[in-house]
Ligand binder design. Structure first.
Ligand SMILES: [Zn+2]
Ligand SMILES: [Zn+2]
Length: 205
């Protein structure tokens, strides 16, 4: 068989074949220059496709939020050596202005939330303990010093956890301010939350 070369590849189109080639090529031209109705149909199709995509995305986000709500809270210290998990629902979420919390964290205030002691567990690292007063035990990372928990003998079934050691502190916003009587004067409170002069057992201001 002769190997094709050069002009052998070019096959001339006969006059009888030409209308057939034109018919075949005509729809292609239409796709390049669609009529107004075709353009409108495509426009609507794109919009529908966008809505569909967005709807799927919103559905996915809603599902993610639901998953978040049912998921346990996790947190840890600054250096990453201590990691903890919180199962169950947080309660008594507060911003404490007491002098001991201020000193402990070297910060003007400390946000805490409470959980049952059985619902808090350290899953990694070693925590150090310090009794800041006779009935109070505070824990922190032995390496970087991040304050982690607070336990009071009067509430043996509860443990307080520093909200800002959570991976997602947004998940547990504060309900009130406690020990507002010891608040630093240069730190005004304007969030409208109840303020307790001491603990939550006394009337709010
Ligand atoms: Zn640490
Ligand atoms: Zn405090």
């Amino acid at each position: 068989m002769k190997k094709p070369s050069g002009d052998d590849w070019l096959v001339p189109i006969s006059q009888t074949e030409l209308p057939f080639f034109n018919r075949v090529r005509a729809p292609r031209r239409q796709r390049c220059h669609p009529t107004a109705s075709v353009r409108f149909a495509r426009h609507m199709w794109r919009r529908l496709a966008t809505y569909h995509r967005r709807g799927t995305q919103f559905a996915f986000e809603r599902r993610s939020l639901n998953d978040e709500a049912g998921k346990m809270l996790t947190g840890g210290c600054l250096c990453g050596k201590v990691r903890y998990e919180v199962t169950g629902a947080p309660f008594h979420s507060t911003i404490c202005h007491c002098v001991d919390c201020r000193r402990c964290a070297a910060a003007p205030l400390v946000a805490w939330f409470s959980v049952k002691r059985s619902e808090f567990r350290v899953v990694q690292g070693t925590i150090a303990r310090f009794a800041s007063s006779k009935p109070v035990l505070r824990t922190f990372c032995a390496d970087c010093g991040t304050p982690l928990t607070y336990q009071h003998d009067d509430f043996p079934d509860e443990i307080d956890v520093t909200t800002c050691s959570l991976d997602a502190p947004d998940a547990v916003p504060p309900d009130d301010h406690t020990w507002a009587s010891q608040r630093l004067p240069w730190l005004p409170i304007s969030d409208g939350l109840p303020q307790y002069p001491h603990g939550r057992d006394k009337a709010a201001v």
